[in-house]
Design a protein around this ligand. Structure first.
Ligand SMILES: C[S@@+](CC[C@H](N)C(=O)[O-])C[C@H]1O[C@@H](n2cnc3c(N)ncnc32)[C@H](O)[C@@H]1O
Length: 245
């Protein structure tokens, strides 16, 4: 598969991969060099059980908590505690981060993901958290490179894209589309694994789309053995930016 950012391959182990949407053929689970083959993980990709399993890993929850805390620590977030954010989460997975925004989630919020199993669990969270009147979870076609986003021009106060970029064949094009979906002055929050992108690459994606980086955080997370991958430490970059007003 081709990637716009150089040097990245999917052959390294992803400690907590949720699978992804590329269409691979059947796989053996490991490539010849012992690295993880995503084809096998993808066999389970649309499985609801698989999505639920990701939620039993406490370290995964710790990552979601760290993401939420990072946003909540921003001055603009705490300045007006009753302000709500119409939010898009592209590659929302089980919808934890989106639903975790609770009362701060604005009407018309959307979670998009190609995996039916992820969406089923995300919709359950919306029901449990009483958020069905403000958020919908919809399916996207991974082959369309985010074309579905074009109907949302200038709509969102906040766009989330968490641990998804390394799954995409055209990350740059998708970041551009995500930024188009932002309203003027809207915020974009991207989280990515250090073995998928460098911090410089992430910042260049923002810069290329004319976005000012307003905050960043680098954090390590210990990931236990999961889904056939060995235990690992995952370094994650968290980058927040704002679209010009
Ligand atoms: C590592 S998980 C992260 C999920 C969620 N953002 C989180 O942090 O828990 C990667 C997600 O990317 C989604 N994904 C894979 N390919 C995609 C694509 N082409 N477009 C959008 N999302 C994709 C997967 O379905 C999966 O839910």
């Amino acid at each position: 598969m081709s990637h716009e950012h150089h040097g990245h391959s999917h052959s390294h182990g992803h400690g907590h991969s949720h699978g992804h949407g590329h269409s691979h053929g059947a796989g053996e689970g490991k490539t010849g060099d012992g690295a993880v083959d995503y084809a096998e993980q993808n066999a389970n990709f649309n499985s609801e059980e698989y999505a639920r399993m990701t939620e039993t890993v406490p370290e995964w929850q710790a990552m979601v908590d760290a993401q939420r805390a990072f946003v909540a620590a921003q001055e603009w977030w705490s300045a007006e505690s009753s302000k709500t954010y119409k939010t898009l989460d592209f590659g929302c997975g089980t919808g934890r981060l989106l639903c975790g925004m609770g009362a701060r989630l604005g009407a018309g919020s959307v979670g998009l993901d190609p995996a039916a199993g992820m969406l089923t669990v995300a919709r359950e969270h919306a029901v449990e958290d009483g958020l069905t009147s403000v958020v919908t979870f919809d399916s996207i076609d991974p082959a369309k490179d985010g074309a579905e986003l074009d109907s949302f021009a200038d709509s969102f106060d906040l766009v989330l894209n968490v641990l998804v970029l390394h799954h995409l064949s055209k990350p740059k094009a998708i970041v551009e589309r995500l930024i188009k979906a932002l309203a003027p002055g809207g915020r974009i929050f991207i989280v990515e694994r250090a073995d998928g992108f460098s911090l410089d690459q992430l910042k260049s994606l923002f810069a290329a789309a004319g976005i000012e980086v307003t905050a960043e955080m680098t954090r390590d997370f210990d990931i236990p053995p999961f889904n056939g991958n060995p235990a690992t430490t995952m370094t994650a970059y968290h980058v927040l930016g704002q679209k010009a007003i």
